[in-house]
Design a protein around this ligand. Structure first.
Ligand code: C2E
Ligand code: MG
Ligand code: MG
Ligand code: MG
Length: 273
């Protein structure tokens, strides 16, 4: 009986692996098709300065507009894109499109705002990243102060000397770098103070959490950012109470559903003055 059970268990395990594998292959094929047929879109979520109460920029967030399934969230395909290396091509498109769109808004006559682009690990570790960013800015005509890139803590803290070189390259171009989802990864205080970073983005986990400890963490991150001459933005702000708390604690900027969800480019124009 035991033997039988083990055999069944083994079979079940084996078939679930091949199912996952098949599904992975399907998504990979579809991702390649998505690139070829321009099924990607960027949506834009406004970021608000808490002193001026004005929109100061947008985070560009990737959406896959699938012909049958509709909009697919990046969390559902970025990991596979990263694993297969397709993220490089997708990431190049995101950078190009975000810069192009932001420049288009300027040409239309809107007061210039910043656009912030998420970089994945593989993208950030490309040898020619700085060059790519420089070329993209040249091609689109966007000035560097209107582009920002977001990396995560773990990216910034691995392979220090190499990362330092990339960060300095971006800084020399005039492109600011923020640390995304701050507080959920591993950071070394030493590198946080040495690296040329301009902003910490407090992860929504700490903003949304009801527990008092979360507020203590948020306060500490705000104070630390300012002590290290960085700006700080809170992500995932959904309520007036959260907003008031952050304002009281002198958080510089907010981003979240309380103000607006990420919207299509044409709808983002409503946020310009
Ligand atoms: P992220 O960079 O931390 O982006 C913030 C995420 O939180 C977005 O999810 C946004 O829609 C969501 N969000 C914003 N405000 C609120 C709020 O008030 N409440 C709640 N519940 N959620 C809020 P989204 O667009 O699904 O993106 C998920 C993640 O996918 C991003 O997290 C980022 O890590 C990644 N991602 C998105 N676009 C790109 C891209 O172009 N390239 C790369 N490499 N990664 C991307
Ligand atoms: Mg981000
Ligand atoms: Mg984030
Ligand atoms: Mg995130």
């Amino acid at each position: 009986v035991i033997k039988n059970k083990q055999r069944n268990h083994y079979k079940l395990f084996e078939s679930s692996i091949s199912e996952n594998f098949k599904e992975m292959l399907t998504i990979e094929t579809e991702l390649r098709r998505a690139i070829k047929h321009s099924q990607f879109e960027l949506h834009y979520q406004p970021q608000i300065n808490l002193v001026s109460n004005k929109v100061i920029g947008f985070e560009a967030l990737l959406r896959w507009n699938h012909p049958e399934k509709g909009y697919i969230s990046p969390n559902a395909f970025i990991p596979l894109a990263e694993k297969t290396g397709l993220i490089i091509e997708i990431g190049d498109w995101v950078l190009q499109e975000a810069c192009r769109q932001n420049r288009e808004w300027q040409i239309k006559g809107y007061a210039p705002l910043k656009v912030s682009v998420n970089l994945s690990v593989k993208q950030f570790l490309q040898k020619n990243l700085v060059k790519k960013v420089e070329q993209t800015l040249q091609q689109t005509g966007l000035e560097p102060q209107y582009l920002e890139v977001e990396i995560t803590e773990s990216m910034a803290m691995s392979n220090e000397s190499y990362i330092m070189e990339t960060l300095l390259g971006l800084k020399n171009l005039g492109v600011n770098v923020s640390i995304d989802d701050f507080g959920t990864g591993y950071s070394s205080m030493k590198y946080l103070s040495q690296f040329p970073l301009s902003k910490l983005k407090i992860d929504q986990l700490f903003i949304r959490g009801e527990r008092e400890q979360n507020q203590a963490i948020v306060k500490s991150i705000i104070h630390m950012s300012h002590a290290l001459n960085m700006k700080v933005i809170a992500e995932g702000v959904e309520t007036k109470e959260q907003l008031e708390f952050l304002k009281n604690e002198r958080c510089d900027e907010i981003q979240g559903f309380y103000f607006s969800k990420p919207v299509r480019a044409q709808d983002a124009e409503l946020f310009f003055v």
